[in-house]
Design a protein around this ligand. Structure first.
Ligand SMILES: *[C@@H]1O[C@H](CO)[C@@H](O)[C@H](O)[C@H]1NC(C)=O
Ligand SMILES: *[C@@H]1O[C@H](CO)[C@@H](O)[C@H](O)[C@H]1NC(C)=O
Ligand SMILES: *[C@@H]1O[C@H](CO)[C@@H](O)[C@H](O)[C@H]1NC(C)=O
Ligand SMILES: *[C@@H]1O[C@H](CO)[C@@H](O)[C@H](O)[C@H]1NC(C)=O
Ligand SMILES: *[C@@H]1O[C@H](CO)[C@@H](O)[C@H](O)[C@H]1NC(C)=O
Ligand SMILES: *[C@@H]1O[C@H](CO)[C@@H](O)[C@H](O)[C@H]1NC(C)=O
Length: 579
């Protein structure tokens, strides 16, 4: 799985949204010293990778869930996702075309509307969720529900390019049918959903009551959008209630744990970090704020982010800590943590993102790919988690950082990733996961996220034309959701300055984004350049302890361009906060 103190006064929050919206539209062909021919060459390499993975899936596995590239066969893996002990596997389940659903939004990003439409037609006629299969709510939400609603929104937006009969909301109907099957999972005394549900029969008797923070705290994007699209508020209400409950369980340090019990609402595992079991919880708080505009998400995110930076960060690395005491527990780098620099970039914390990203890149270069878990305190691989299942997180962060900085160095990082994937993991029948990064022995599995995320982010690195006409937020599975002012419930449309990114500057013929030009939004409005900017809540590393001594150590705050102050506890903040 991918997976708490206040910071900004209200007016500044509006500016942060404008910044975030703009962040996603960088100029496409900026003068960045990376030649056109080289860019085209890399883009074609990614296209080749995607189609090699996709065509092999369609030939040997479709309509089953995922491809086994070594044996050119299939696995109906939806029921196995997150199911480490492979318990309660279905007897009569032939797959849900998972990899096809996951590929739809990528096909649009890659510009293949014909194949996108073919996929939609097949799914509308043949896909059903009335199957006797016990599935993981989180996985099913991010992969299937997210894949379907994203493809639905894209089908609407690209309807003029569809050839056959007009698109009739078939994918939305499928998504609704799936969403309805999720609802029984939320019928608990706490509102926290069960991690597992049978798509046909609901929650099983004696079902485990243990779930993870990301499992019940990162459902709001997909279920929220489903509610906005159908007008049925039950999905969003269920996800929001669970999120509020989860947030109410945070410690006095504003930290959450990793696993919990849905019936009692008590923590099981108190140690947590930014990786497995928690990651997308943080990601969805900020992305929900961008998508739905509610201050509630910002307040949660901001407190959570500050606590992460305060208790988990050690220079460029993030370790785990006990939510009750803030004491470090595990000093481990995990492959999933590599999404964090991307999230920080979205937030505007580019310097910190750059620093961590470079460390992940060092590890990538050392092993050829990113190992699942690496023990920082011993400098060795974790004995049992030496695999690399074609995960996207490092490519994702590289994409965000390139969008923000237009530094061609990130395109070279992309070349390294693409080179490694082709060298180590490409086989005749697709792309295979690495079982052990010390031997590069392969495993017979091509995960669907390789198509929905890894290939998509790599492609966007060299061709971001998809992002030019619309602002998108990518779900934790890489499915784009358009940022629309009409979804900003408590947010008057006038506050979403939809066209300020079009402000042109003589030196920049391409659209200016605050993130790519690294100036404060206010500065953009004034059309003057100059103020250096950082994030809303960046804690700079003036001293090794990551603390400040005087206000001068804290610099200027990105969003408001105001000077920050050093709090009594020695952390930088925009207003007076007593920690
Ligand atoms: C799954 O496939 C098998 C073999 O083709 C078939 O007998 C069975 O009816 C299918 N089950 C479902 C639920 O479609
Ligand atoms: C779209 O995908 C299909 C299936 O891989 C392929 O045959 C076709 O050439 C692709 N079209 C474009 C424009 O890339
Ligand atoms: C639905 O599946 C059947 C069997 O695979 C296939 O013949 C049919 O063409 C599919 N429908 C569409 C619209 O592709
Ligand atoms: C549920 O647990 C109870 C008590 O352990 C047991 O008697 C019962 O058989 C279990 N039911 C199922 C369906 O496993
Ligand atoms: C990222 O870090 C490198 C090495 O410290 C530095 O040269 C580069 O300017 C940094 N880029 C940004 C955007 O901070
Ligand atoms: C949008 O752009 C137009 C044309 O430049 C301008 O007249 C209008 O005031 C802008 N709207 C906003 C909200 O900035």
């Amino acid at each position: 799985m991918r997976s708490p103190e206040p910071c900004l006064p209200a007016p500044a929050r509006l500016a942060v949204v404008a910044l975030l919206l703009a962040a996603l539209i960088g100029g496409a062909v900026g003068v960045d010293g990376y030649g056109r021919a080289r860019r085209l060459h890399m883009k074609n390499k990614v296209l080749e990778m995607f189609y090699h993975a996709y065509d092999n899936y369609m030939t040997y596995a479709f309509p089953h869930d995922e491809l086994k590239p070594l044996t050119k066969s299939f696995t109906d893996s939806l029921s196995e996702l997150g199911n480490l002990n492979l318990e309660h596997l279905p007897q009569d389940y032939n797959g849900s075309a998972l990899t096809l659903v996951e590929s739809l939004s990528s096909l649009v990003v890659l510009g293949n509307i014909t194949e996108f439409e073919r996929g939609i037609l097949w799914l509308s006629e043949n896909l059903t969720f009335d199957v006797d299969a016990r599935i993981n709510l989180f996985e099913c939400n991010i992969r299937l529900l997210g894949g379907l609603i994203s493809a639905h929104l894209l089908a609407k937006d690209y309807s003029s390019q569809l050839k056959d009969e007009p698109y009739q909301d078939q994918l939305l109907h499928l998504a609704e049918s799936l969403g309805n099957r999720f609802l029984p999972a939320f019928e608990t005394p706490t509102g926290l959903p069960y991690a597992w549900i049978n798509l046909k029969y609901g929650v099983m008797e004696n079902e485990t009551t243990e779930t993870s923070t990301s499992g019940c705290g990162s459902l709001i994007l997909e279920m929220g959008v489903l509610s906005r699209l159908t007008g049925d508020s039950r999905y969003e209400a269920a996800a929001l209630r669970a999120l509020r409950k989860l947030w109410s369980m945070r410690s006095s340090l504003n930290l959450v744990g990793t696993t919990l019990d849905v019936l009692t609402g008590k923590w099981i595992e108190y140690s947590s970090g930014i990786g497995a079991g928690v990651d997308s919880f943080y990601e969805y708080l900020i992305k929900a704020y961008i998508l739905f505009g509610s201050d509630e998400y910002w307040d949660m995110f901001h407190s959570a982010y500050l606590a992460v930076q305060k208790y988990f960060r050690h220079g460029p690395w993030y370790h785990e800590a006990d939510m009750r005491t803030g004491e470090a527990t595990h000093w481990q780098l995990t492959s999933l943590q590599a999404f964090w620099p991307g999230l920080q970039t979205l937030l505007g914390d580019v310097a910190a993102a750059n620093l961590s990203h470079r460390e992940f890149y060092n590890v990538w270069q050392r092993f050829g790919v990113l190992p699942e878990r690496y023990l920082l305190d011993y400098g060795v691989l974790h004995p049992t988690e030496k695999y690399y299942p074609l995960r996207p997180e490092f490519a994702e962060s590289t994409f965000y950082l390139y969008q923000a900085t237009k530094d061609p160095w990130y395109l070279e990082v992309g070349e390294t990733i693409i080179g490694s994937l082709n060298y180590y993991t490409k086989v005749d029948g697709g792309f295979a996961s690495v079982r052990d990064v010390s031997t590069m022995k392969l495993e017979d599995h091509q995960h669907s996220f390789f198509l929905s995320e890894t290939c998509k982010y790599l492609f966007l690195l060299y061709d971001d034309s998809f992002l030019r006409n619309q602002n998108y937020i990518f779900t934790t599975e890489g499915h784009p959701l358009p940022v629309r002012s009409t979804w900003h419930a408590k947010f008057p449309a006038t506050h979403v300055l939809s066209n300020w990114t079009f402000v042109k500057d003589e030196n920049q013929p391409i659209r200016v984004s605050a993130l790519s030009s690294q100036v404060c939004p206010e500065t953009v409005f004034r059309k003057s350049i100059g103020s250096p900017w950082e994030s809303a809540c960046h804690v700079p590393d003036v001293y090794a302890s990551h603390r400040c001594r005087t206000d001068d150590d804290c610099g200027t705050e990105a969003v408001t361009c105001k000077k920050r102050t050093c709090s009594m506890a020695g952390y930088c903040s925009l207003w007076l906060v007593i920690y």
